[in-house]
Design a protein around this ligand. Structure first.
Ligand code: SAH
Length: 395
């Protein structure tokens, strides 16, 4: 099929999903030929709303062309204006860099940095072919930002970080914006920040990115489960888990408790982040298949047929609980191992969430404090360079 046709269909889908909303982002997505950044695969696949793995090492994807709906969401968060100086960390295929160049126009500039020399070459080639050779592709570790071209009006990471490093804050102009997929305790959220110290969030959307490598690398936060082939768990700190024991007890028949007050949408729309923030000693993990909406659906139907698996897990060393969904509606807790204490703590956290009116992620405010002290909030998460303060405001 004609790539232009396929691109039109993709853009329509992204508009219908409300991932692409502003005329500028819609125009960029409509013009940049994504298939030229993915020449090895059929155009039909390049224009599917899916991430495409570029480099896989030991079964873990370490580079992928991001999913178009995720890119669209993040571009909306970033709010690039014509004339902006933009830095992207994590070039990958170069596709996002081309969209950024389209958004800032020829008066603006895009610098993108990538750790992998082969990917740098590949992205340069694709950008040239697509007519975006004005994008500067640098080889290096984005942990230090790019001081030579700083300051930037907009900085975007398309790779997940576990911390907010100082150069990303200080290489931003006053009034600039930083968008990054940030791991809270275990869950990744793409957060748009303004300010410097503190940075304060202006928007938050769920994300699923490969993790940062290099000097400030984060261990891959993914665990394979022998019991559920093809499904991996993304967890907070794998060092705090006994993975062997975990795969063992996840194999056993779980016990079930139904939670009358929780609906399926609650799991995605706010409860997962709430639990991630409030259950300090446990890690919330998300089961991931391929990272696509279709995959989530398939997963849910697996849950329907055999309510043995769950989509969101809370894990401790000796036990785990997972939220399961029956008939696509009824939600309950499946528990593995000696989970009585964990169930109690999770139920208490859920009760507080319900008392607060089930605050969705859209009312979550995150501030990041380097030298400033955080105000009183709902939860604090300490990272090496910043303390994250999470506050759920009223609906
Ligand atoms: N925007 C890209 C996404 C690429 S995936 C696209 O849509 O194609 C993220 C990329 O970040 C990977 O290619 C990975 O190699 C790169 N990366 C990981 N750690 C990095 C680091 N510290 N500095 C620069 N790039 C990094």
């Amino acid at each position: 099929m004609d790539p232009d046709e396929l691109r039109r269909a993709l853009v329509e889908r992204l508009i219908a999903l409300r991932a692409a909303r502003s005329p500028a982002v819609v125009r960029a997505l409509s013009s940049v030929p994504r298939h030229l950044f993915l020449p090895e695969i059929p155009a039909e696949l390049a224009y599917a709303d899916r991430p495409i793995a570029l480099v896989i090492e030991d079964g873990v994807t370490i580079s992928s062309a991001s999913q178009p709906s995720m890119i669209a969401e993040m571009l909306e968060q970033l709010g690039v204006r014509r004339g902006d100086r933009v830095l992207e960390i994590g070039t990958g295929s170069g596709y996002t860099a081309a969209l950024l160049a389209h958004l800032c126009g020829t008066d603006g500039s895009v610098v993108t940095i990538e750790l992998d020399p082969l990917l740098v070459e590949r992205a340069r080639r694709a950008l040239r072919t697509a007519g975006f050779d004005r994008v500067r592709v640098l080889l290096g570790d984005g942990a230090g930002g790019v001081p030579d071209y700083a300051p930037f009006d907009r900085i975007i990471l398309t790779v997940a970080a576990d911390d907010i490093l100082e150069p990303w804050r200080t290489q931003l102009v006053s009034g600039g914006r930083l968008v990054l997929p940030l791991t809270l305790r275990a869950l990744q959220e793409s957060i748009a920040f303004e300010g410097s110290d503190p940075l304060y969030s202006v928007s938050i959307v769920g994300a699923s990115f490969v993790t940062l490598r290099g000097a400030r690398a984060v261990a891959p936060h993914e665990v394979d489960l022998e019991s559920t082939p093809g499904i991996r768990l993304r967890v907070g700190d794998p060092a705090r888990l006994d993975v062997a024991a975990l795969s063992q007890y996840l194999k056993a028949e779980p016990a079930f408790v139904e939670l009358g007050e929780i609906q399926i949408d609650d799991l995605w729309s706010g409860l997962d982040v709430w639990l991630d923030a409030h259950l300090e000693d446990a890690g919330v993990a998300t089961a991931i298949g391929g990272g696509t909406a279709a995959c989530v659906d398939e997963w849910l139907s697996v849950v329907d047929d055999e309510p043995r698996y769950a989509t969101t897990f809370v894990l401790c060393r000796e036990s785990a609980i997972g939220f399961f969904v029956r008939n696509r509606r009824r939600v309950g807790i499946a528990s593995y191992g000696d989970a009585a204490g964990l169930i109690d703590r999770a139920r208490a956290a859920i009760a507080r969430w319900i008392e607060r009116g089930k605050p969705p992620n859209s009312v979550l405010k995150v501030s990041a404090h380097a030298r400033t002290s955080p105000p009183p909030v709902d939860a604090l998460i300490t990272k090496p360079s910043v303390t994250l303060a999470l506050r759920w405001t009223r609906r």
